[in-house]
Design a protein around this ligand. Structure first.
Ligand SMILES: C[S@@+](CC[C@H](N)C(=O)[O-])C[C@H]1O[C@@H](n2cnc3c(N)ncnc32)[C@H](O)[C@@H]1O
Length: 411
């Protein structure tokens, strides 16, 4: 495979034999690293010509001569890319005799050295400050493809990476990212959300959502579990708000990881307002809401041509008061609707919903223990009791539930 090494070429002489497209790429890269570049070639392409005109490259407008390796000073490194196998071989042989590393573009297998596919991580991503260099069986196309895949994985946060550590004293002002984690499957967390998690100093996490991804975080990331369970609120909302402000004020990058979408019955708006009121910049990263994705997982589209063109999402904490005002042909999606289903169902029937309307309870959507119970409005409370339906569950009321008979689970 060879011995990997990174060369410091600043202010060192490098000879490039050849002046075409391949040589131009090498020349640009070498100049970016601060090398003193001499090009030897009877003719050069547009790129090299422009660099020569700018005085950034020395051009010997003739064919290669062995003395070019040593004059005016010995070259530290040589690239040969003439397009002529005989010349490239001659350059490589001369280098071999003088103990100068030579990278030949014409024949990777016979080259003494070769350059990897290289990319630098973009600022503001988890790959910031990293250089990705890939070599492998001297196949440049494969190396480039692997390089791109690694870089995309690092920048998106899909590959778990160590974060870019800040140097003490250079901390930028902290920021709060309200990240929607989706319904629980890590694959349904957005690329942006994942990248921000990989760069977080502090993660304030809910019970619902993709909690598995927390295991990929650096051990020194502070993870605060503020998850709420029905009837038990381990960390009151005011305290969550205060935690966000406290950590961001100390210059930390805070990810508030919430289940589903932060702005759908998630109190994300309150958290954003609180942070802004304390001068903390906030960014929201929308998430895949359980209101739509959990019914989908159970084979229930919330709208369907010929059945309904609208759906209403509501918290059922009000006993169905708001849902009862929805148009009768709209699908109802009720969150937090399990414990109060008796009162909710009664109110919906009072408002004119047919007692035979199909109802689905989808518990723990997008997790390995997802379970769906289908019943009717008039039997909904009994079904919850009889089937021991538990929160978290999404309740869907409407004729779209019947589609599940054909579609079945879709995850
Ligand atoms: C406080 S709300 C948060 C909703 C969230 N912001 C969203 O967009 O999905 C919590 C309720 O969402 C529903 N829920 C969230 N994730 C769920 C899941 N994976 N399976 C079933 N229900 C879920 C349940 O009704 C639960 O009681």
């Amino acid at each position: 495979m060879g011995y990997p090494l990174t060369l410091q070429l600043r202010d060192r002489r490098v000879l490039v034999v050849g002046g075409g497209r391949v040589a131009a790429t090498r020349v640009c890269r070498l100049l970016a690293d601060g090398a003193h570049v001499t090009v030897v070639a009877p003719e050069v392409g547009e790129v090299v010509a422009a660099l020569v005109a700018e005085g950034r490259v020395t051009w010997l407008a003739r064919g290669y001569q062995s003395t070019d390796l040593m004059q005016p000073q010995r070259a530290w490194l040589v690239h040969t890319a003439t397009g002529d196998h005989t010349v490239d071989s001659e350059v490589a042989d001369d280098c071999e005799g003088l103990g100068i590393w030579c990278v030949r573009a014409d024949d990777g297998a016979r080259s003494a050295a070769w350059s990897p596919a290289v990319a630098n991580g973009s600022a503001g991503t988890p790959a910031e400050g990293l250089q990705i260099a890939v070599t492998g069986d001297r196949d440049p196309r494969r190396a480039r493809a692997v390089r791109d895949a690694i870089l995309a994985g690092l920048e998106s946060g899909v590959l778990p990476v160590r974060r870019v550590r800040r140097v003490p004293g250079t901390t930028k002002p902290g920021r709060v990212y309200l990240v929607g984690g989706g319904p629980g499957d890590p694959g349904l967390l957005t690329v942006r959300g994942r990248a921000l998690l990989a760069a977080a100093d502090v993660v304030v996490a809910d019970r619902l959502g993709p909690t598995d991804v927390l295991a990929d975080l650096d051990p020194d990331v502070l993870v605060l579990d503020v998850g709420k369970r029905p009837g038990a609120h381990p960390v009151p909302q005011e305290e969550i708000n205060a935690l966000l402000v406290e950590h961001a004020s100390a210059g930390r990058t805070v990810v508030r990881l919430k289940g589903g979408d932060p702005f759908v019955l998630g109190r994300g708006g309150e958290e954003a307002l609180h942070c802004q009121a304390h001068g903390i910049p906030v960014e929201v990263v929308p998430g895949v809401t359980s209101a739509v994705s959990v019914p989908a997982a159970a084979g229930i589209p919330v709208t369907h041509r010929g059945i309904t063109t609208s759906f209403v999402v509501s918290s059922a904490h009000d006993g169905g008061a708001v849902a009862a005002q929805a148009p009768l042909d709209a699908t109802l999606v009720l969150l937090m609707g399990v414990s109060g289903i008796g009162e909710t169902a009664a109110r919906l029937m009072d408002a004119g919903r047919d007692p035979a309307t199909p109802v689905a309870f989808i518990e723990r959507g997008w997790t390995p223990t997802q379970r769906t119970t289908v019943t009717t409005l008039e039997k909904a409370a009994w079904a919850v009791e009889h089937e021991q339906v538990k929160s978290p569950a999404v309740v869907v009321v409407g004729d779209v539930v019947r589609l599940r008979e054909t579609l079945g689970d879709l995850r």
